[in-house]
Design a protein around this ligand. Structure first.
Ligand SMILES: Cc1cc2nc3c(=O)[nH]c(=O)nc-3n(C[C@H](O)[C@H](O)[C@H](O)COP(=O)(O)OP(=O)(O)OC[C@H]3O[C@@H](n4cnc5c(N)ncnc54)[C@H](O)[C@@H]3O)c2cc1C
Length: 347
């Protein structure tokens, strides 16, 4: 039987970035995942936005997250010899009230608002009182990144394509053992599937289904990522990802007519262009009740850990917290950031 220091379960953003952090530190691991289990990461638009538009404040921890993203993703582009990390400004149409708030915030020095103007810088967008331009934003082409990462791990003999069944674990000496691979430490990175994991029933997950569409819209400008009450993200060749929806009740993973109509309805309000729908996806976000990631070791099975809860912001959170997770796994750091500790659910 293979024997490794680290076994990672799941190859979404969490598992993949954790695996690369171990790889960069020359620590041996195996990563198990299966296309038979859905992944939010393969559905996600991959957007990152340093501002929270609802309150017009900076996104949580953004000044720490962005520098790590700017280090890790380009490094991975080098290793994988592919371009998948793109910086692009966001354009947000503003109501009269929002325009005033944005001007005030800009005057008080909130970073990341590049400028505010009264006319739309590009055509086809619905009239608004003003338009705010946000910088420090962009997107990660997640499918391209994860596919190339998987091929990289396969070539190095580090990837196992398999579904992990929980009865394949046994508890011996206060530790969790996977019957097929002998691992010193096991990290569960199963995204929303963790709700079925019998070893972590205490995590307060609140998964949220999301749907998005791929549309062909030749008349739509691609100079900016447009965000109002939906996002319009250019992916080249007149194609745009548009979305998304939030549903906490229907967690079926299948795209729905209701979801499609919700997205196209908002799209047609924001832009006036001809378009055809090319694709429609649904996925389940691994969201936590307090909207913070979850990192930590199991309270009883001392070699089992969890790295999850990337929620709606995996692209921004994963690089920074994958580093924290490795420091925790190696014992370099005894505790992670208070807000993300798994122990918060054990009180
Ligand atoms: C519609 C939608 C739009 C989104 N848009 C954005 C966005 O624009 N920007 C952003 O930052 N985030 C976005 N997200 C959120 C983002 O997808 C998540 O934060 C992130 O991808 C979660 O990554 P993860 O690795 O934790 O989970 P996942 O991507 O779900 O990965 C879980 C992995 O575990 C594997 N797995 C699970 N159980 C098993 C098992 N028993 N055996 C084997 N393998 C298993 C799966 O196959 C998969 O590889 C969006 C999500 C959705 C659904």
């Amino acid at each position: 039987m293979t024997s490794v220091p680290y076994l990672i379960i799941g190859q979404g953003l969490a598992g993949t970035l954790l695996a690369f952090e171990l790889h960069f530190r020359k620590l041996d691991f195996r990563i198990i995942a299966s296309a038979g289990k859905s992944s939010a990461s393969t559905v996600a638009a991959g957007l990152f936005n340093p501002l929270v538009f609802k309150r017009l404040t900076k996104s949580w921890l953004i000044d720490d997250l962005l520098p790590v993203m700017d280090e890790v993703y380009p490094e991975l582009e080098n290793v994988l010899d592919r371009k998948f990390y793109f910086k692009k400004d966001i354009l947000k149409p503003l109501s009269v009230q929002e325009l005033e708030e944005w001007k005030k915030k800009r005057e008080s020095g909130v970073d990341y608002i590049l400028k505010i103007q009264e006319l739309p810088p590009v055509g086809g967008i619905a009239d608004a009182a003003g338009y705010g331009q946000v910088t420090g934003s962009g997107y990660l082409d997640l499918n391209l990144f994860l596919e190339n990462a998987r091929n990289f791990f396969i070539e190095k003999g580090l990837f196992i394509n398999s579904i992990v069944d929980y009865p394949d674990f046994e508890i011996r000496g206060g530790q969790l053992h996977y019957r097929r691979i002998d691992a010193e430490k096991i990290v569960f990175c199963e995204g929303a599937h963790v709700v079925k994991n019998p070893f972590f029933p205490f995590l307060k997950m609140r998964p949220a289904k999301g749907e998005l569409l791929l549309v062909d819209a030749p008349g739509l400008p691609d100079d900016f990522i447009l965000i109002d009450d939906l996002f319009i993200l250019t992916v080249g060749n007149h194609l745009f990802k548009i979305g998304s929806t939030y549903d906490w009740d229907d967690l079926s993973e299948l795209p729905t007519e209701k979801g499609r109509q919700s997205v196209t309805g908002r799209f047609e309000k924001l832009v006036s262009v001809e378009y055809t729908v090319k694709d429609h996806w649904a996925g389940i976000r691994p969201t936590v009740s307090d909207r913070r990631p979850v990192l930590g070791f199991h309270p009883e099975y001392t070699n089992a850990a969890v790295f999850n809860g990337l929620g709606t912001k995996g692209v921004m959170l994963a690089p920074y917290f994958a580093r924290e997770m490795v420091r925790l796994l190696t014992g370099e750091q005894l505790h992670v950031n208070r807000e993300v500790r798994m122990e918060r659910f054990l009180k």
